[in-house]
Design a protein around this ligand. Sequence first.
Ligand SMILES: [Fe+2]
Length: 179
Amino acid sequence: MTQQLVYKIKGPELNKILLPNISKEIFSNDKKNKNQYLTASDVLTSDFLNLNWKDYKWKRVIVFHKSNNGGIHVDGNGNEWGINWIVTGSGVLKYWTFDKVDIDTYIKNHYVYKSNHQPSFYYETNIENSPYLVNAMLPHQATGYDRFLVSLRLGDQNDQVWHDSWEDVVKKFKDIIYD
Ligand SMILES: [Fe+2]
């Protein structure tokens, strides 16, 4: 299997693991164009969290709303990955290899890049309510129009699992990746 950066996986449907009534709050109109950085136990059922799905401790949930193109960036220190669910709209994830980008700036906690090159990889993520395993380590840009997206993440950087390579992560999910 050639290594990819986005994999559609057979995981839980988002609406089955969200706490009752939380959708109204996190996908409300006044949350548009804001990123919400949430504690997983505030939005997801304990039944799901107690599973420690794939032996990971899922601690954070980020809700993104996008109506435009974000910048090219890596998440965190460049060692993050997550499980993404598209809630509304469609999205495209573009990736560049490091030799095709230049560092533009460092904002908050991550690098932002610029590039004169076409993306090296391009993935459409457009199936609502279905999870994708997503690499956030390579420079990437998310695009979307009126798109809510939920991203499930591990804990902070003190967690040992944080340091898994992308290859290791993909291996863990191998049995539920769609061919
Ligand atoms: Fe990102």
